[in-house]
Ligand binder design. Structure first.
Ligand code: GLU
Length: 306
């Protein structure tokens, strides 16, 4: 268990002293314009934070430069404005924080938790579980992928909607990549570092990210960060039964229809009706009525076809 393998001391990341009882966030990646599925996440994370007298932050996750879709960052920012979802602090952009992630990798290196890996995806075999081939090779870091070591223990968390979820990272995945060979910082590292540095207490996001959570918990522990509470929302589907995503061309939100879309998002989350009004008024009402017991369990929103 982890008690035999304590987090690094002193903690690699020192989060602020002013940790609140609830700090949540919406953390979209600009790999396409916001679609209805992302609106559900934005609205749920906002209402849950506000209903718990918390603060709500926005973070743009734009480290994966080749996957950035032109114009989508602007559409995300315009959408946040149009839905009158007002963040409690300035929006941060991960592409401005690369030095922070690099320095975390460097500190993990000094502690012996990361190593360079020259294996290609092909070499991993069909199950994609990394066997730790390069762990002992002490390869130079330049031009190689950087992996973090995991160990043979069950990591579990109690999701507020989905219940208990566990993974043994060594058995299910193996040492995983923090920085790709092309120099791109992996999403798992950037999320874990920023959730910690921003003093996040709660994560509300789509159930497509459920299986990423144990990796982020593992990194959080290595970095000496407090554990978070997770809530993974069921996903909206298209009429072919696929989750709405940028990959399958989910429609961009039509910002001229913000009140109507907001009403649909609240319906998809099975929240009580709000009157059609300016989004700020609707959100105020939605926060006052927010009840997570009404959100459907499971990872797909049945009958929510768009
Ligand atoms: N940036 C991720 C996405 O857009 C979400 C990250 C998170 O909420 O942890 O899918």
């Amino acid at each position: 268990m982890f008690s035999n393998n304590p987090p690094l001391t002193p903690p690699l990341l020192q989060e602020g002293d002013s940790r609140m009882a609830y700090t949540g966030r919406f953390a979209p990646s600009p790999t396409g314009p916001l679609h209805f599925g992302s609106l559900i996440t934005a609205v749920a994370s906002y209402c849950d934070a506000k209903a718990n007298a918390g603060q709500w932050l926005v973070r743009i996750e734009d480290t994966d430069i080749p996957r950035i879709y032109p114009g989508s960052e602007a559409h995300i920012l315009r959408s946040i404005d149009a839905f009158q979802l007002e963040p409690d602090a300035e929006i941060i952009f991960q592409k401005d924080r690369l030095e922070i992630y690099e320095s975390v990798i460097e500190q993990l290196h000094q502690q012996g938790w990361v190593y360079a890996c020259q294996c290609t995806r092909k070499m991993l075999g069909s199950n994609h579980i990394y066997a730790g081939t390069c762990r002992a090779l002490a390869l130079p870091f330049a031009g190689q992928a950087i992996r973090v070591k995991v160990d043979d223990q069950e990591i579990c968390f109690d999701d507020r909607l989905q219940g208990r979820h566990c993974s043994n990272l060594q058995r299910d995945l193996g040492d995983f990549v923090l920085k790709r060979r092309d120099g791109i910082i992996n999403y798992q590292l950037a999320v874990a570092v920023d959730d910690c540095l921003q003093g996040m207490t709660h994560v509300v996001r789509g159930a497509d990210l459920l299986d990423n959570t144990e990796r982020q918990i593992w990194l959080g522990r290595l970095l000496g960060c407090p554990e978070l509470q997770y809530m993974h929302l069921p996903l909206a589907m298209n009429d072919q039964g696929q989750k709405l995503s940028k990959q399958n061309m989910a429609q961009a939100l039509d910002l001229t229809q913000a009140p109507q879309l907001l009403q649909q998002a609240l319906r998809a989350l099975h929240q009580p009706e709000t009157e059609l009004d300016a989004p700020a008024q609707m959100l105020r009402q939605a926060v006052a009525q927010w009840d997570i017991r009404r959100i459907p369990r499971g990872t797909a929103l049945q009958g929510c076809y768009l």
